[in-house]
Write a protein that binds this ligand. Structure first.
Ligand SMILES: [Zn+2]
Length: 137
């Protein structure tokens, strides 16, 4: 009865989500590092000139901490969000993580908007940004 067990787990997650779930339950730094690795699986590069940020450099540390970085080669500024589906997204990394988790659990957009204090319009916009095939994280 594997499918019965899955339904049971799914119901328990539904109860968890329903009882005051908040992105405050997620760690911002851990969410940021996880998402940066998803967005940049081949390493951290300048989106303009493709120079890789050397590990243990100040630029690399700033990139990992979500700050703007000046490229050591071309001097243009960028962050881990530049040139990705998170460009110009005003959500924190843990809010992005919470959004994606809730959406993956098939929580309605209306409920996600409520959990994250978003307008319905913004929530639909983020859904399209994060989950349309061509924009997938
Ligand atoms: Zn560059």
């Amino acid at each position: 009865m594997k499918s019965g067990r899955l339904t049971h787990i799914s119901n328990e997650l539904g109860i968890l989500i329903g009882s005051g779930f908040s992105c405050d339950l997620l760690d911002e730094a851990a969410s940021r590092l996880y998402i940066l690795d998803v967005l940049h699986p081949d390493g951290y590069f300048c989106p303009w000139c493709r120079v890789e940020l050397p590990k243990n450099s100040k630029a690399y540390q700033n990139f990992c901490s979500g700050q703007l970085v000046r490229c050591p080669a071309c001097s243009k500024k960028f962050s881990g969000r530049t040139g990705t589906s998170l460009a110009k997204v005003k959500l924190s990394y843990r809010e992005v993580m919470a959004f994606c988790l809730l959406y993956s659990l098939q929580v309605s957009i209306k409920e996600i908007a409520s959990h994250l204090n978003l307008s319905l319009r913004s929530a639909y916009g983020y859904r399209d940004r994060f989950f349309k095939k061509e924009n997938c994280l």
